[in-house]
Design a protein around this ligand. Structure first.
Ligand code: ZN
Length: 197
């Protein structure tokens, strides 16, 4: 069918290691007053680039952690496509970020907590598996979901306590709160690899 697809090797220990590093980046975003989400790109067990959520500080609505990491990766390797790379992010990506990852030819996406409000991999739409793309990205969810989700829930709880966020009006955030269930991803996906060929 002419669809580009890579089958990168997976290693659960490596996934947890890189997700912990992405969590550190999420903590850094929180320190800077941003919604705590972190992302990084890895190829052949080597870190290519890091990013953290920064739309407020950079006055850039597209500055989600994933986009920041992709931009830095492009600068680091001098290309706009990153075959063979795995992108780790603490929260299930949104529509914009999944689209950017497809454009970048990311081989594999690994995320932490599911985002029941805006998640575009498994929760709300399964954009990465859409048949109109000419690139297939392998994806896995539910890596360290408790840690990734707890960071966000605590962040919004504090903001609500300070009156900075009302009800579910959490813009650029997982409004209803991230799902930290190990099975949140697998409820939507029987396997990690999209079934289309
Ligand atoms: Zn996004």
């Amino acid at each position: 069918m002419g669809i580009e697809r890579e089958e990168p090797s997976t290693n659960p220990h490596a996934d947890r290691y890189w997700m912990r590093r992405a969590l550190n980046l999420a903590h850094h975003a929180e320190y800077l007053g941003e919604v705590p989400i972190g992302a990084l790109l890895v190829r052949d067990d080597q870190l290519i680039a890091e990013g953290w959520n920064a739309p407020i500080g950079s006055c850039d609505p597209s500055a989600h952690a994933e986009i920041v990491a992709l931009r830095r990766a492009g600068q680091a390797i001098g290309n706009y496509r990153f075959p063979g790379c795995t992108l780790y992010v603490t929260l299930e990506p949104c529509v914009m970020c999944v689209g950017a990852m497809i454009h970048a030819r990311i081989a594999r996406l690994v995320f932490g907590a599911c985002d029941p409000q805006r998640g575009a991999v498994s929760s709300r739409v399964q954009l990465a598996d859409a048949d109109f793309f000419n690139h297939r990205m392998v994806h896995s969810g539910g890596i360290l979901p408790q840690e990734c989700g707890a960071l966000l829930r605590t962040f919004f709880r504090r903001k609500r306590a300070r009156g900075e966020v009302s009800g579910d009006a959490c813009t650029s955030s997982p409004g209803g709160g991230p799902s930290t269930s190990e099975g949140c991803y697998n409820r939507h996906h029987a396997g990690e690899v999209p079934k289309r060929s």
